[in-house]
Structure formats: C-alpha cells, structure tokens
Design a protein around this ligand. Structure first.
Ligand code: NCD
Ligand code: ZN
Length: 355
C-alpha cells in the first residue's frame, strides 16, 4: 500500500452555477475524492461567469452546501472588473485570465485589458493564464514587466515548454501545469477516442503532435504541476453537431500517472512534487491536517466510464489498462472515500481561503 498526501488539482470545471446537468460541486468533488484529490480549484467559466462578489457568492454558497472535499473558486478576469477582482483576491482561489479561445464568455483579446489585472491582483495569490503559443509568450512578458508571478494553464506544445524553461532561467516568475491528456494522448489518438464521434476528441488546448508530447516528457523538470482541466460535458453534448471542447479527468489522472511510474517514465516523487508540494506553494494553499491517500500500487484494472462519479458519462481513456487504485482517502481525520464509496457528506468540504 502506497501512502500519498491529499492531492491538489488546481484546474477543474465543476459547472456550478448554470450547467449542473454536466457536473456540480457534489458530483465533481466526489469524482475528486475517488481520484485521490482533497483540494480542487474550480474555474469561473460558468453560467453566469464568476466575475464579481455576487457571482462568487453564488458559486461559494453552492460549494458550501455540496462540496465533499476542500475547494477554492477562481474569479474570471473580464474587461471591466480589475478593481473588483483585486478586492476579492483573499476570497477567490485566484484570478483566471482567458487570453485564448475557450468554452464560455470570459475572454480578453486586447492587451490593454490585461494590464490592470496584472497590476492590481495581489502577488500573494495566483494569476492563471489560459494562453497558448505566442499568447503565452505575451503573458510571460507581462509577468516580467509587472514583476509578478503568472501560472500558465495546461501547456501542450514543445515551443511552450521550451520558452517557459528559458523564462525561468532568466528569473521570470512563471510556473506551469500540464494535463494528463496532453501527456498520454496526441492528435494521432483522436480516431480511437472518437468511436465515430469526432466531437469526443475536441479539447482546448487541442491534442498536439507526437513531437510535442515527447517534449513535455523530456522537460518534465520544467513542469511545476499536474492539473486535470477536468472539463465535463455529457456524452450527448460531445456527440452532437456542435460539440463543446473538454475532457473529464479527475478519476483517471492518478491511475495514469501511477501507471507511468510502473513503466519507469515518472517517479512517485514527481507525483508528490507536481500534485502536492508545488501546487500548495504556487496557489498559496493551507495544510490539510490528518489527510492522506492510500493507493494499491499493484491493482491492475480497466478504466470504465460506468464506474466514475463524474456526471458526464464518458472518458477519453475508456478501456485503458492502468495499474494503481485509490483505496482510501482520509480528509481532516475522517474517511472520505473507501473501496469505491464516497463517505464524506455533502458540505464537509471547506473553502481553502477561509482560515
Ligand atoms: C474547458 C471547458 O469545457 O470549460 N474546455 C476545455 O477544452 N479545456 C474550457 C477551457 O478550459 O478552456
Ligand atoms: Zn480549463
């Protein structure tokens, strides 16, 4: 039996408010516990988007009643809310800036709209950028100019990891995360994920070339965090004529990473650093006392959507053979998950920003 700390996922979409048929704070935090996560940070591209005090309260009130593991809720950077967002820095998980195309309404194209956010948001709390390729280069330049940390969400390209490496060598305060799906899948896998429904392969950032995937593995030391970007959309939505981008990931991340450990491609220490130590530091998160995860390292099994807690009903990893099963999660002294059952009650989860 392997014992891990409660893992942290700094990037999930729990769809509350507004799209609880895909997921909500209850089903999403149940999926988190089943995946070995005891803290999840939820993104603000909901309906309505989380961009001020009233909408933040909407999400936090739902979380307070429903969450089964600990949580934080991001606020989104909009064109006119830099002062309000900055004033909520102690309450929100962090500021999320959508600088490239995404699912939902939050998007900042003009760089003059980025400036007040970089200036005003507290340097003690994370500013997370969805920025791909050259937009990412611009976000890193902003971090240098405003001398503040920026965390780049879900990197997927060779050029991205190499530029982040170079920026770190210059002392720029940039950190980054990578998602399991960008480590274990490339464009070439789209047909096998799709089962005849091309929408199932849609995700942002898109699955990349094999060379990009190889570059992420080769530069594993540049990557600060693993993050799932758990982005549940129902199977009906994925298979429709207008499929939204996104993959669920909370329940498959740890088994995939542990399988890579078994294959000699990662170490347990990589998982500890990138799913616990680094996110705790980068996102300024509290210790969770008496909290741990017990994993049966040797149990081999097949990933099945039908056994998941997420409401979306599918996974791009259906049928994958993995090794390493979460047996038990203890959260703040209470058994929160054991042998396939979520035992933590709805409402047991705490806001990581409430001290
Ligand atoms: C995300 C979603 O569905 O909310 N989709 C995705 O493909 N990652 C949006 C996002 O994070 O950009
Ligand atoms: Zn996302």
């Amino acid at each position: 039996m392997l014992k891990l700390p409660g893992l942290i996922d700094p990037h999930v979409h729990l769809r509350e408010p507004g799209a609880t048929h895909k997921e909500d704070y209850d089903s999403g935090t149940s999926a988190a516990l089943a995946g070995g996560f005891t803290i999840v940070l939820a993104m603000p591209n909901t309906k309505p988007p989380i961009f001020d005090s009233a909408t933040l309260d909407l999400a936090l009130n739902a979380a307070k009643q429903k969450a089964r593991c600990d949580f934080g809720q991001y606020i989104g950077a909009g064109p006119y809310n830099a002062d309000i967002a900055a004033s909520l820095a102690g309450t929100a998980a962090g500021l999320k800036m959508y600088l490239d195309s995404t699912f939902g309404e939050l998007r900042l194209d003009d760089m003059t709209l980025w400036m007040p956010h970089f200036q005003k948001y507290s340097k003690d709390y994370p500013l997370v950028a969805h920025s791909e390729s050259r937009t990412m280069a611009a976000a890193i330049l902003f971090a240098a100019i405003y001398d503040r940390p920026v965390h780049i969400a879900h990197i997927s390209l060779k050029e991205e990891v190499l530029l982040i490496k170079a920026a770190k060598e210059k002392g720029i305060k940039v950190t980054c995360e990578v998602c399991p799906h960008h480590l274990f899948l490339s464009k070439d896998d789209i047909p096998s994920i799709s089962h005849g429904h091309p929408g199932r392969g849609e995700v942002r950032p898109r699955l990349a070339m094999k060379e990009d995937v190889a570059a992420l593995w080769e530069n594993m030391d540049v990557i600060d965090c693993f993050a799932t970007d758990h982005a549940p959309h129902t199977i009906e939505e994925k298979d429709s004529d207008n499929p939204p981008p996104g993959f669920p990931g909370l329940e498959t991340a740890l088994p995939l990473l542990l399988t890579a450990v078994g294959d000699g491609r990662l170490t347990i220490d990589d998982i500890m650093m990138k799913s616990y130590t680094n996110p705790q530091k980068i996102f300024n998160l509290p210790e969770q006392p008496e909290t741990w995860v017990e994993v049966d390292e040797n149990e081999a099994y097949e990933i099945k959507a039908s056994e998941q807690f997420t409401r979306c009903g599918w996974t791009p990893f259906e049928g994958w053979k993995v090794k390493g099963r979460v047996r038990k999660v203890v959260l703040r002294g209470q058994t929160a998950f054991e042998d396939g059952k979520v035992l933590a009650k709805a409402g047991y989860g705490r806001n990581v920003r409430e001290r």
